[in-house]
Design a protein around this ligand. Sequence first.
Ligand code: ATP
Ligand code: MG
Length: 273
Amino acid sequence: MSVALTMPKASAQATAIREAQSVCASQPSLLVAGLEKSYAGGATPVFNDVSFAISKGQSVAIIGANGTGKSTLLRCCLRLIEPDKGCVHIDGADLTAACKTRLRRMRSGVGFIFQKHNLVPRLAVLSNVMHGAIARRKGARCWFHGLAPAAEREYAMHCLEMVGLADLAARRADQLSGGQSQRVAIARSLMQKPSMIFADEPAASLDPHAGEEVMETFRSLSERTGMTLVFVSHQVAHAQRYADRVLGLRQGRLAIDVEAKALDTSILGAFYG
Ligand SMILES: Nc1ncnc2c1ncn2[C@@H]1O[C@H](COP(=O)(O)OP(=O)(O)OP(=O)(O)O)[C@@H](O)[C@H]1O
Ligand SMILES: [Mg+2]
């Protein structure tokens, strides 16, 4: 079933797409145009008329005070929450118009890292990484690394190497530190062979050192693979250090869209008030 979202006018949508796209030299990895979302009972939309485009390989931080809609925005970009208006394109394909099967396929091209890693505690690290292949391969063979086809197991090891944890493949997930668990969750998302990763406060529950390790893991992945990264963070230092560009949500609008190196105290002071 295709979901057609309402825009005030078709031409308004076309204009929003054109304007958002104009910041990218080539086809954007992610394009968001005129996006709006309200929750039932909410007096005003969480955000409205949000438009931006992210180039392939760019690393983008989304900042904003608690409750400004950062998580809602990320989820709307994959229709984990349905937006009310506007459209989202991933690698040029319209996700908002996609039917269920196509939506599933498009989502599988984007890794999603949450604040909580949700590993299966009693299973080995390698089995947990294998679970990332479930979107591509159904059935129990993905649940346990011992049952998985050799090629998948090798690829899971490769994903663990990419996050620097190959030596922990056989360890049970409940014997990892918080930072290691989050890096295993990143390896699990790499099993999807994503072209883009969304991360919602990936370092929020970690101590400063482990948080830096997780952010460094993202940096090294984007350097090695050229993948696009969109992460939400309350740590301005992470946005400055690990993003090329920073978007800031405030009072339902995109109030900041700047290069990370331009993010100074006067911008931040005005933004956070
Ligand atoms: N399922 C829901 N039903 C109703 N309202 C919701 C729901 N989820 C979030 N909200 C509301 O929408 C607004 C935005 O929430 P969201 O979680 O997206 O903000 P956020 O910027 O990610 O916040 P934080 O920085 O605390 O994670 C908040 O006012 C929140 O209370
Ligand atoms: Mg949030």
